[in-house]
Design a protein around this ligand. Structure first.
Ligand SMILES: Nc1ncnc2c1ncn2[C@@H]1O[C@H](COP(=O)(O)OP(=O)(O)OP(=O)(O)O)[C@@H](O)[C@H]1O
Ligand SMILES: Nc1ncnc2c1ncn2[C@@H]1O[C@H](COP(=O)(O)OP(=O)(O)OP(=O)(O)O)[C@@H](O)[C@H]1O
Ligand SMILES: [Mg+2]
Ligand SMILES: [Mg+2]
Lengths: 228, 228
């Protein structure tokens, strides 16, 4: 599904430039459940943004479902993203002054899903993440963990074959975290969705089948997760 | 230092209103190191915002260093906050398009600290939190964990006697988390600063001396942390 070769990413120009990724190669097969770990600032979010077609690499190749995406235009990247990828940002990126339900409906609106089907699906996913009573709250009327769960629900809206989540449980208590990881595992095992999760928590990485570790913009380890 | 009696907080009006706090009473002595835990949506951030003089309670009393603050005006609350409290928000709240160093200098600017002293102190705190090489980066040029560390550095700028941090290590790997908690412990033991930390992680709560647990807007447990 994903084939990355010698991917680099440089931010800025000249002496103040930062090499966030220094040459990363990785293959992820369809249906895998992968965890990405590593110190703060090691390049995890940068890598996820590039895999998620949210930005261009500085060099190297990236093939998603056989298609080379590193050379696509912004609009072409958005087309690929809309159909293939559900993304949960580390900083949530919810639309303010917009209710939880509307935030979750948005990707379906772009995909041309009819109003009634959108509404029903948004309600059902928000219930699955434990927010049945907060559907009409706007982000500033929700707790940190509740906002995070809206961001997760939005990523699940289009039932994309690839789910990418950057620290999806960073603001959740252990009970809510187990609920979310159980949902991800169910999607992975029952619906065959490929899942890639960034986390600092070992107990979250343990839900995956394989753990890839970053350090200073490079992959330094790639091993099967001990089956929990 | 802190005496709270029957504190409530209601958001909104009428049928859609939410009772975030349903009557909380708590005393925190000067020099204590306290952890607040509890499920997502249980009222932890709401309680911290009220203790941090960022909002008014709906009812109940709150005395900080002997002064009743629940009836103060917004400007009076800002005066109390500027001198007495360092606050680390769950969502960082950094000023965008402003460098890490400038974000950390801001509370000192309000407090009237001279330019050279501000600059030297901002540099020294950013070094203490491991960001010596990112001082001139703006929030959108920093990773999630780096942004969190800038928010921590800003809260330490005015050496306030009360430090309040809402999930300060939620985006940090375990090594960075240990660095931050070691810094908090040092400030608590050496400088006598009172520290209140919200966390979902047991290993972070273990740094404190006392753990208070919230559930559905009420305190349901309050016990000494097992000394680590
Ligand atoms: N402005 C608001 N309007 C309406 N409801 C609100 C508002 N802010 C918070 N709430 C509600 O108040 C409750 C408490 O929120 P709070 O942010 O204090 O929770 P929390 O314990 O910090 O949770 P988390 O661990 O997810 O950060 C939640 O159920 C939330 O939906
Ligand atoms: N727009 C940018 N301009 C300059 N440097 C950047 C930019 N975005 C990120 N960086 C730098 O690139 C490096 C990698 O950042 P990235 O966000 O990928 O880290 P991360 O592994 O996700 O860290 P965390 O665990 O803290 O979220 C960091 O050192 C960061 O300072
Ligand atoms: Mg990150
Ligand atoms: Mg909170």
């Amino acid at each position: 599904l994903i084939e990355v070769k010698d991917m680099t990413k440089v931010y800025g120009e000249g002496p103040a430039s930062v090499q966030a990724l220094k040459g990363v190669s990785l293959t992820i097969r369809r249906g895998e459940f992968l965890a990405i770990m590593g110190p703060s600032g090691s390049g995890k979010s940068t890598f996820m943004h590039l895999l998620g077609c949210l930005d261009h690499p500085s060099s190297g190749s990236y093939r998603l479902a056989g298609q080379e995406v590193s050379g696509l235009t912004r609009d072409q990247l958005a087309m690929v993203r809309g159909r293939q990828i559900g993304f949960v940002f580390q900083s949530f990126n919810l639309l303010s002054r917009t209710s939880a339900r509307e935030n979750v409906e948005l990707p379906m609106l772009y995909a041309g899903v009819a109003r009634e089907a959108r509404d029903a699906r948004a309600r059902s996913i928000l219930e699955q993440v434990g927010l049945a009573e907060r559907m009409d709250h706007k982000p500033n009327e929700l707790s940190g963990g509740q906002q995070q769960r809206v961001a997760i629900a939005r990523a699940l809206a289009n039932e994309a074959p690839l789910l990418m989540a950057d620290e999806p449980t960073g603001n959740l208590d252990s009970a809510s975290s187990v609920e979310i990881m159980t949902l991800f595992q169910h999607l992975n095992r029952e619906n065959g969705i490929t899942v890639v999760v960034v986390t600092h928590a070992n107990e979250i990485a343990a839900w995956s089948g394989r753990i890839v570790t970053f350090r200073d913009g490079l992959i330094v380890d790639d091993r099967p997760a001990k089956e929990g």
